[in-house]
Design a protein around this ligand. Structure first.
Ligand SMILES: C[S@@+](CC[C@H](N)C(=O)[O-])C[C@H]1O[C@@H](n2cnc3c(N)ncnc32)[C@H](O)[C@@H]1O
Length: 204
């Protein structure tokens, strides 16, 4: 899956995205922002902000920057910034090459992006780079198990990842080893606990 395929997939999906993926992913979004426990003055980077479904969850006084590689998804997010332009900024940007200086943000979050981004390792490196030492990192994603019928199915459809627009086979232990996170906690979220919320501290 390359970046152009992602942009094309989300061009097609953008108009229906909120209807299908709004409710399904909502509990995970709310839980991530609750766990972020943002204070007034915090600078937060949301990577792959999509149509901005999480933006309402941040409290007043929190400075949120949302980036996404899809102009179509961002177009929908713009409607959600209305009246909050003093605290929410959106930018068209690749998560794998963030245009921010090192240590720019207190908290960095990516919800449902790690399976979509072409190079998740690069995305994580960039999230860590722009996070302040002592800051916090949050990932919400589906990770595959290594046993059972679902794991077999996920491995089976894995070669179709370009078509379905995400990487269905993505084991959590491999992801954590790759990310080299200092994990504070992991929690199951959304229906059947099928997605995982990872909360990590960044030591810089
Ligand atoms: C499944 S959607 C999740 C959107 C949103 N976070 C949510 O909670 O609904 C994945 C998003 O990641 C974005 N994305 C994929 N690859 C990206 C990249 N390289 N850089 C920035 N955004 C990317 C897509 O454009 C899409 O908006």
């Amino acid at each position: 899956m390359d970046e152009q395929s992602v942009v094309t997939a989300y061009r097609r999906l953008s108009r229906q995205y909120d209807r299908f993926f709004g409710p399904v992913f909502e509990q995970g979004r709310q839980e991530a922002v609750r766990l972020m426990d943002c204070r007034a003055g915090d600078r937060v980077l949301e990577v792959g902000v999509g149509t901005g479904l999480s933006l309402d969850h941040y409290g007043d006084g929190v400075q949120v920057v949302g980036i996404d590689v899809s102009p179509d998804m961002l177009e929908h997010a713009k409607a959600r910034v209305n009246g909050n332009a003093d605290r929410i900024t959106l930018a068209l940007m690749d998560a794998q090459a963030l245009e921010y200086a090192d240590h720019s943000f207190d908290k960095v979050v990516a919800m449902y992006v790690a399976s979509v981004v072409p190079d998740p390792r690069k995305m994580i490196e960039e999230m860590k780079r722009v996070c302040k030492p002592g800051g916090e990192l949050f990932i919400v994603n589906h990770f595959s198990g290594d046993k059972g019928p679902m794991a077999s199915l996920e491995r089976l459809v894995s070669p179709l990842s370009k078509l379905v627009g995400f990487r269905p086979s993505f084991p959590l232990d491999e992801f954590l080893a790759m990310a080299d996170f200092d994990v504070i906690e992991t929690k199951k979220v959304n229906a059947f606990g099928y997605w995982t919320l990872i909360h990590a501290r960044h030591h810089g």
